[in-house]
Design a protein around this ligand. Structure first.
Ligand SMILES: C[S@@+](CC[C@H](N)C(=O)[O-])C[C@H]1O[C@@H](n2cnc3c(N)ncnc32)[C@H](O)[C@@H]1O
Length: 334
């Protein structure tokens, strides 16, 4: 007798090849029902399958687990079947955005060409595209002789395919995306934060992001900020190394978030976060980048968690799309 709920769902699991080993280990622990079927040679995604009901918990190294809605054989995206499949997953009330990824060595079309072609074809069918604020994101992935169509309504809309592409607004540095992704992923209401303390702030991407959200920022870095690009009415630069900051001058300020994106060893960053914890109020947020200076990833994570747990709770870690050899940590001041 066929079992109810025994339907296998296929998943595309996105990760970064620098963390592939950790991602596979994490999947075995957090998503044990997943059968890994193949790993793309680029190391950017894994195809797996599992029973419909199974879902992983929060994952650190895996960027995203996306159920495959429809899988087609072939590589031609200029194809009626692809359009029919897309019309099956996008409903008329949806505002859609298509993101394409072409890992097929046989077809040279770049992602943008595919997105524009499919987007326009769907609009002709009366569907509504919305690139800025879509209600549904559809991935079209060409790989290994197949076309995967995946629909996701994840709040965490990862632009993993565009990890190097800058957006429309001018950004001070790539780092600015990391903070935006962290704020979205960890669910921080950045517009509610009045004051941010940004340690290791130069050239000023994170400070810029916070200032644009309406916060005032104290930016600490012995290096210069990109002053001409920043709204310096909202940002005060303390041109010092973190250890040389006069802590007394920061006491009593209502700092809602401590930001640390320093290119130093993980335990050193964590120890600095402890030093600055003194001037934080209970409930203030911490966003800290863990630079994985070598491959002892698990050891670094353990050390950092041990150090931070003296002053912070709710520690969460995530490899965000714009993180390179690093992870982003979120915590809350005890
Ligand atoms: C990756 S950059 C930060 C990028 C920044 N988050 C942005 O968005 O533009 C690292 C910065 O940390 C600073 N840094 C490293 N050690 C520091 C320390 N002990 N005190 C203050 N800044 C430090 C460096 O000068 C450098 O500007």
């Amino acid at each position: 007798m066929p079992l109810i709920n025994s339907v296998e769902i296929r998943y595309l699991i996105f990760c970064d090849k620098r963390f592939l080993r950790s991602a596979v280990k994490e999947l075995a622990e957090e998503f044990p029902s997943l059968k890994i079927e193949s790993t793309d040679p680029s190391g950017r995604f894994i195809v797996g399958s599992s029973k419909a009901a199974a879902r992983p918990g929060e994952l650190t190294f895996v960027e995203s687990v996306i159920p495959v809605s429809i899988e087609l054989d072939g590589m031609k995206y200029v194809n009626k079947e692809v359009l029919i499949a897309l019309q099956e997953v996008i409903k008329s009330k949806d505002r859609f955005k298509i993101e394409a990824l072409n890992l097929s060595s046989h077809s040279g079309a770049n992602a943008k060409t595919i997105e524009v072609f499919l987007g326009q074809a769907l609009e002709k069918q009366g569907l509504v595209a919305d690139l800025d604020n879509p209600t549904v994101l559809v991935y079209v992935v060409l790989a290994g002789g197949k076309i995967f169509i995946c629909k996701t309504d994840e709040k965490y809309v990862l632009d993993a395919f565009r990890a190097n592409k800058f957006g429309k607004d001018e950004k001070i540095s790539r780092a600015e995306f990391k903070l935006k992704e962290a704020v979205d992923y960890f669910g921080i209401d950045a517009s509610g934060l009045k004051l941010a303390l940004d340690i290791g702030a130069a050239p000023g991407g994170w400070s810029n992001y916070m200032a644009k959200q309406g916060a005032k920022v104290i930016a600490v870095d012995n290096a210069a900020l990109a002053y001409e690009k920043l709204d310096m009415r909202r940002i005060v630069h303390i041109p010092k190394r973190a250890h040389d900051v006069d802590m007394e001058s920061l006491k009593g300020l209502d700092i809602g978030i401590l930001l640390m994106d320093m290119n130093i060893a993980p335990a050193d960053s964590a120890n600095l976060a402890i030093r600055f914890a003194d001037i934080l109020k209970k409930g203030a947020y911490l966003i800290l980048t863990i630079k994985l200076v070598d491959f002892r990833i698990e050891k670094h994570i353990k050390d950092v968690e041990e150090i931070l747990s003296k002053e912070y709770r709710g520690i969460r870690l995530k490899k965000l799309p714009h993180n390179r050899q690093e992870l982003t940590l979120f915590a809350i001041k005890k």
